[in-house]
Ligand binder design. Structure first.
Ligand SMILES: [Zn+2]
Length: 153
């Protein structure tokens, strides 16, 4: 399989994104992505929304082979078309990543698995995933809490 189709497949498997383009920086694959187009409505009044702007978020996903994958998510900023609505603009969100997080949910899970099962240290994981120590630690805690919730259900 070509590298391009591997990158495409990785992005598509997140379920919400499509690949715009990608390039290799050092040993990393840096992919520009956007959400799949679908009609968007204002969360306040339900009117049709129109795209107004883009805002880029940098998010790390699972590596492809041994190459780290960095997503440059070109988030859409939406604008309500109803002039009487108090909701002026908002930035899109998605299910593959929690808001303000720098790792996709599946990357977070993998990082936590390496810490909890393979007993890799938080410092090593932070270095490997190129995130701060506190990001690595909070990812592990979050997954641990989810496991606790599930086992009590
Ligand atoms: Zn509105």
């Amino acid at each position: 399989m070509s590298e391009r189709s591997e990158v495409e497949r990785a992005i598509e498997s997140l379920g919400e994104l499509r690949l715009i383009d990608y390039h290799t920086v050092g040993d990393e694959i840096v992919a520009q992505v956007e959400t799949l187009r679908k009609p968007v409505y204002c969360p306040i009044c339900g009117s049709v929304a129109e795209p107004k702007d883009r805002r880029t978020s940098t998010i790390r996903d699972l590596p492809i082979g041994n190459k780290p994958l960095v997503l440059l998510w070109k988030k859409r900023v939406w604008n309500c078309t109803n002039p009487d609505c108090p909701q002026v603009t908002w930035t899109e969100t998605a299910d593959f990543v929690s808001s303000r997080h720098s790792l996709t949910n599946r990357a977070k899970l993998d990082l936590a698995r390496q810490a909890l099962i393979e007993k890799v240290s938080v410092a090593q994981l932070a270095q490997k995933w190129k995130v701060s120590w506190s990001t690595a630690m909070s990812s592990i805690k979050e997954v641990q809490d989810q496991i606790k919730v599930n086992s009590h259900a």
